[in-house]
Design a protein around this ligand. Structure first.
Ligand SMILES: [Fe+2]
Length: 405
């Protein structure tokens, strides 16, 4: 695109479907240099709030925006053929799906809260709601698995109880997809993941949220969350094979898990999968008694504990599924940039596609830039995975407001 074809317009003329090449005029002192697709009128409203009055658009990059409806409709999925194996490639651009995934992620957390609240008050739970939600979740993963995977990296303080089950559902759906499972199986696996820890609501707060190691007696109480969950799921009328999967999430192949102490031959493949995914998310999450470990460390622990506790073949597959730098990981590049991993490359796991958004040299945000590390002829490399807290940046806020523009 030559510069002559770029067009300056006022913000009032900007419409969803246009591509912003650069900001032309802006009030105030904070200069923003965003570029990217205008996916909805919300994006325009955000730009107006930030004092942008005129932009330069690139007409050659115009696109057809999705219809703007309610948040529920935003997350709605097209009809799925559940009899077919899941397809292996993304159908929708990452940025486009990220918008829906952000809505879905918020919905998933509030649905978890609602279910747990109803359960603690002994109120009935309409199971069609979590079932429909799981369909939407799998639909997003079908369109582009990287968007919801990214969202699993967004952790809010004191939200582990709600985020963990949602993350386990997302990771299980991705894992099932990676293994080439049928769409109907992926839906059920994700459903089991979403419901697997609901029994924790019956555990006293002083044990559930204890900011330290549990005593053996407290552990005995904590272990009861599985049975509490199974009772609740039976009352809700959840199918028995899903209940079985939930019941196996703390079983281990050596028979030292709980509640049954079931051994290798008695634990199903789905039970082995949920055990791996549950452990992975628990290790990587920040908890009141420990900071989250990097993904690489969690995968090492799983590898070390296989085949004694975990199914070795499945752990190896899971490592391939999430990759060395899972989508959503924050990485420091050797060009003084922080970036987020947005796409894996199965053939080159150390060279994913990333979105650079922060300069560590000048300590400020930069316009998000896509970099395919496999295409930079070895010049730009990942130095290490990092935590946003290391740089005192509010990654969650930035992620939600800016990175999807
Ligand atoms: Fe659990």
């Amino acid at each position: 695109m030559s510069d002559e074809q770029l067009k300056k317009i006022s913000l009032d003329e900007l419409k969803p479907g246009m591509y912003v090449h650069s900001i032309a005029e802006q009030r105030g002192n904070i200069q923003i240099t965003s570029r990217g697709k205008v996916t909805s009128s919300k994006v325009i409203a955000q730009m107006r709030k930030k004092g942008i009055v005129a932009v330069v658009i690139d007409p050659s990059k115009a696109f057809t925006p999705e219809p703007e409806e309610s948040t529920l409709a935003e997350a709605a999925v097209p009809q799925q053929d559940v009899s077919k194996p899941a397809s292996g490639s993304a159908n929708v651009a990452f940025e486009d799906e990220l918008r829906r995934a952000t809505v879905l992620h918020g919905k998933g957390k509030s649905l978890q809260k609602r279910i747990l609240k109803s359960l603690s008050k002994g109120l009935p739970i309409d199971i069609s709601v979590p079932k429909e939600f799981t369909k939407q979740l799998v639909g997003s993963i079908d369109r582009n698995p990287n968007a919801l995977m990214c969202m699993t990296q967004i952790r809010e303080k004191d939200s582990y109880l709600f985020e963990h089950s949602l993350n386990v559902a997302v990771l299980l759906a991705n894992f099932g997809r990676h293994l080439g499972m049928q769409q109907s199986e992926i839906l059920e696996l994700a459903y089991a993941g979403f419901l697997h820890d609901i029994g924790k609501i019956k555990i006293p707060d002083e044990i559930l949220h204890k900011p330290g190691r549990l005593t053996e007696e407290e552990m005995d109480v904590m272990r009861k969350h599985v049975e509490f969950g199974l009772d609740a799921l039976r009352e809700m009328g959840i199918p028995e094979h899903i209940i079985k999967t939930v019941g196996e999430h703390h079983e281990r192949l050596d028979g030292l898990g709980y509640p049954l102490g079931a051994k290798e031959q008695d634990i199903t493949t789905w039970g082995r999968m949920i055990a791996i995914v549950d452990t992975y998310d628990a290790i990587t999450a920040d908890r009141c008694y420990k900071p989250g470990m990097p993904s690489q460390r969690a995968l090492q622990i799983l590898m070390k504990d296989a085949p004694v506790k975990y199914d070795k073949t499945l752990v190896e597959q899971f490592v391939r599924c999430v990759g060395i730098y899972p989508v959503g990981t924050l990485v420091k590049l050797n060009n003084d940039r922080l970036a987020m991993v947005v796409e894996q490359r199965a053939d080159m796991p150390l060279k994913p596609k990333v979105k650079a958004f922060y300069s560590t040299k000048n300590n400020h945000y930069i316009a998000p830039t896509d970099i395919d590390l496999a295409q930079t002829a070895g010049n730009i490399k990942i130095e290490s995975a990092v935590k946003s807290s290391d740089y005192k940046i509010d990654f969650n806020r930035y992620f939600e407001e800016k990175i999807s523009i």
